[in-house]
Design a protein around this ligand. Structure first.
Ligand code: GDP
Ligand code: GDP
Length: 466
């Protein structure tokens, strides 16, 4: 299992240089046109045999409407939220600066895993800076030279235990299944108890992204939700790169919205615009809990819409489909029927996901959208007790027994929910590889229907018992 590492630090310490080295190639979108890509770059990285995702937070240099420290604080906090591990970089030739200390303080407070890297470490000019770095209170600095490729083995050494931690964590979630004792019937109601922990709060706001084709109405929708023209009000407020994430209180729900439209509009370089919007869409999907796929009622379910909806499902996000510009539809009834048919045909993997008609312009339907998002989030977090699941499984098996290849019936012994966000189930059985997809689909559709889990991706894993 892979993890995400964010490279943070003040401008010019060498973040991009290390990013490029770890990713091993110039990313297509990296270029010297200012303001286009210098926010958060992301790439697939490899060091030794550790594969991970790396995020570069460079791009603070052209801050204009805000203090550098304010921007850094926010960017760093965002990096901490997004990444499993933060690599905090200082320039060992310069030594520790007050700005570095600000970073260190944030990281000490907020980040779970920090690797301190003292860059530009080639040669004796860096000796003093490396020693100073100890004072940051983040443990032993790893001395590297991003430019010359020195210290990569030490960096590998620092990453290795972390990569194992994340691999173990995933394995534990799955391995928990066989140990569960299903002979003792559980009390129902455990699900409700768990709810409090994930419900949106000030500390853990609901994270949503609005994605869709250009002109679907994403900015209009977000502005309406914000209740003011905060996003696109000309150069002074500007769509700073930070505004891709907005904290709001939406009808009483602490919410964070990832705004992809704002960034795209800000990018003035036309030929980069499409690529950027796709990349931003991907990023938004990754960081959101609930993805709102916004369609234009006049041209719904275009290729691009389908692709992003499918991506959201594959990434395991809860999906809500919103059909915008409903104010200009004449034959609403008929149109809605046709939309639902297309939805079922074109996106069977999102069966049951809510389809909400809205007008971003007038604000109609936004309350229903809000409710649908909350419901989707709840379903995504749903936990079903092992007792209930196994009573259910017994009934499902009776109703429609699994196939008997070569005369020997496959035995499905018991099941448990191994994870949430999205719900993931493990079924222990005799010949996992022999179970046809159609039977798995029967179970998944049954789970959806019987436990009221529409729309959310459901993962079902068959495991043999050793
Ligand atoms: P960023 O602002 O953190 O993204 O920093 P960059 O990666 O753009 O690097 C800033 C400058 O430091 C560039 O001129 C790099 O060539 C230089 N640099 C990066 N790594 C090293 C290093 O290991 N040694 C030396 N001497 N210079 C480096
Ligand atoms: P984005 O590219 O997805 O951010 O789309 P915009 O928010 O910029 O909207 C594109 C165009 O559609 C603008 O001219 C909006 O005024 C218009 N628009 C957005 N929402 C609605 C709506 O609900 N009804 C109508 N009639 N027009 C809308």
């Amino acid at each position: 299992m892979s993890f995400t590492l964010a490279i943070v630090g003040r401008p010019n310490v060498g973040k991009s240089t290390l990013f490029n080295r770890l990713v091993g190639k110039k990313l297509a979108l990296v270029d010297d046109q200012p303001g286009v890509t210098r926010d958060l770059r992301e790439g697939a990285a490899r060091l030794g045999d550790i594969d991970f995702t790396v995020i570069d937070t460079a791009g603070l240099e052209d801050a204009n409407d805000d203090s550098l420290q304010g921007r850094m604080r926010r960017l760093t906090e965002r990096a901490v939220e997004m990444a499993d591990v933060c690599l905090f970089m200082i320039d060992a030739r310069t030594g520790v600066t007050p700005t570095d200390e600000v970073f260190a303080e944030i990281l000490r407070k907020k980040a779970d895993h920090v690797i301190l890297a003292a860059n530009k470490g080639e040669g004796s000019a860096a000796d003093a800076g490396v020693l100073e770095a100890w004072n940051l209170g983040l443990g032993e600095p790893v001395r590297i030279s991003a430019e010359h490729g020195e210290g990569m083995a030490d960096l590998f050494g620092a990453l290795l235990p972390l990569s194992e931690t994340f691999a173990e964590r995933t394995a534990v979630a799955v391995a928990a299944a066989p140990e569960m004792d299903v002979s003792v019937p559980e009390e129902d109601g455990g699900e409700e108890e768990a709810e409090a922990a994930w419900a949106p709060s000030e500390d853990r706001p609901l994270q949503i992204a609005v994605v869709g084709r250009p002109n679907a109405g994403k900015s209009t929708l977000i502005n309406k939700i914000l209740g003011e023209d905060r996003l696109l009000t000309g150069p002074e407020a500007g769509i700073t790169r930070d505004s891709i994430s907005l904290r709001i209180d939406w009808a009483g729900t602490p919410t964070r919205i990832f705004d992809t439209a704002g960034m795209r509009k800000k990018a003035k370089v036309q030929d980069k615009v499409e690529k950027l919007s796709v990349a931003d869409g991907l990023r938004a999907v990754k960081f959101a809990e609930v993805v709102v796929v916004l369609l234009d009622a006049a041209i719904p379910f275009e290729q691009q819409d389908l692709r992003i909806a499918d991506l959201a499902e594959r990434e395991g996000r809860a999906v809500v489909v919103a059909v915008n510009k409903w104010d200009i539809e004449d034959e609403k009834q008929e149109k809605l029927k046709a939309l639902k048919e297309s939805f079922e045909r074109l996106l069977p993997q999102l069966r049951g996901a809510p389809l909400i008609t809205v007008s971003a312009k007038t604000g109609r339907g936004l309350d229903r959208l809000h409710d649908a998002i909350l419901k989707a989030h709840a379903v995504w977090n749903r936990r079903i007790s092992t007792g209930r699941l196994n009573r259910w499984l017994t009934a499902m098996l009776e109703q429609h027994p699994p196939p008997a290849p070569g005369g020997r019936r496959i035995r499905l012994r018991y099941m448990t929910q191994a994870k949430t966000r999205p719900p993931g189930f493990v079924v222990m059985c005799s010949h996992p590889d022999k179970i046809p997809d159609s039977y798995s689909r029967y179970l998944v559709n049954g789970l959806r229907a019987d436990f009221d889990m529409p729309g959310t991706p459901i993962r079902l894993t068959m495991r043999g018992q050793g």
